[in-house]
Design a binder for this molecule. Sequence first.
Ligand code: GLN
Length: 549
Amino acid sequence: MKVSCSKKTKFIFITGGVLSSLGKGLSAASIGTLLESRGLSVTFQKLDPYINVDPGTMNPFQHGEVYVTDDGAETDLDMGHYERFTNAVMGRNNNYTSGRIYYTVIMKERRGEYLGGTVQVIPHITDAIKEAILQLDGCADVAFIEIGGTVGDIEGLPFIEAIRQLRIDLGKDYSLFIHLTLVPYIRTSGEVKTKPTQHSVKELLASGIQPDILMCRTEVPLSDELKQKIALFCNVEAKNVISTMDVDSIYELPLSLRQEGVDDRILEKLGIWTGAPNITPWKNLVKTIKNPKGEVRVAITGKYVELTESYKSLHEALVHGGIANNIKVNLLYISADDLQNGEGMDQLEDCHGILVPGGFGSRGMEGKIQAAAYAREHRIPFFGICLGMQLAVVEFARNVAGITGAHSTEFDPDAADPVIYLMTEWFDSRTGKTETRDHTTELGGTMRLGAYPCVLKEGTLAAAAYGQGAISERHRHRYEFNNSYRERLQQAGLVISGASPDDNLVEIIELADHPWFLGCQFHPEFRSKPMNPHPLFRDFIRATMKLRS
Ligand code: GLN
């Protein structure tokens, strides 16, 4: 497939070498914000070389959190970096996996659209990849296309081949290759080593791609001499060898990359003329992060406590809540399993706030209920998100409203009092259709996903936080609050402070007689940005500050 572009969008392709987790997503997001600060619009796409059709069904232990976009796509956590650092809005077309690409091609073949021809990786799969990338053409001044994994991976080859072709199709003024590598520092000899970078570029060259800019992840800044050496071996101009230093806070990365002038290099290469960047907001942000007035400790009682990547957006939203209050938020991940087994309860005593995050499956579920009870009884600020809200409702029903058989049917399908259950029929305000679901509906297909409107009740914590009566937040769950118990729970002191516009879906609950106890059915963490902290996280952290002695 030979393509042409609208001559509006310039494409930056980012590949990684040597090893994974070098921060390609964060680097793209940071460069994105630098370009925005120069008046350009940006967008992003992540191409993941695994066979899963989307990350929705992937284990957060292996893959990190599933990030949900407004349009209800379940995506890679890099979408979160892109949205937090820039004004770009991500959705279904900003994240593709090999699985999804192959699926489209195979479906086309089944429909006979290839007219009996042999369907091959090149050109059919590579054409489908190019089509996916070129959907972004015309959407922004600059589009960052990040190829997941590491150069040389067998799975990644069709993506690398597709972007190689795109360079020829789009031309040099409309395409740029950035390669991110590692330049390790060997402590014993006090030396930095360039060989892995040389090998990685060789690998890329073997696929027909000559990088324009090399971003080298290092612990120590690269000297000019070293940059010259890398330049010589990798066929790149020395000024286009950029050090990407390790930083204390990810929000320092735009400043550090600005110092290296990576944005200047990119604009020069792509022939774009703009004014100087305005990085004052990032400077102020980093100043606030580095000079907190004090500290608070927040307990997170979850299932994936061993791997904080599973709670990436949550972690960041709590940091943002701290930024809004000029305070450092220390997170204490407590295993809900341990709480359930009667261990770790003493750790809760030392915390100024307790947060029960979203989750699936019954592991540690009673431990999370105990954490909610502890927060309620000890008047500790409590924030329950999605599953956290559902379990706070179960706890309140059992221990305050006297509904002893209360449970969620996710954990006990035969619960005597299913206060949280699968709503068999509900009006979906997004699609404008009545949805039906039950236990037999296929996994994945039955979730309430993406942004939904919510109306707030005056005089509540939620209304005070948002400062407006109507909001929209992102969802990812199957189970809902059961309206048959609404009256009884309200009489016992539960406040329903947010609901869908038709008042059928309970979206936020609070406790009247508590300093700050709030549960929401949605995931506010997906909407929080360092420059614009989410109001619920801001107010939760503010409430925890009152508990400090
Ligand atoms: N497991 C619960 C449900 O499906 C909550 C999901 C979540 O916390 N994201 O409704």
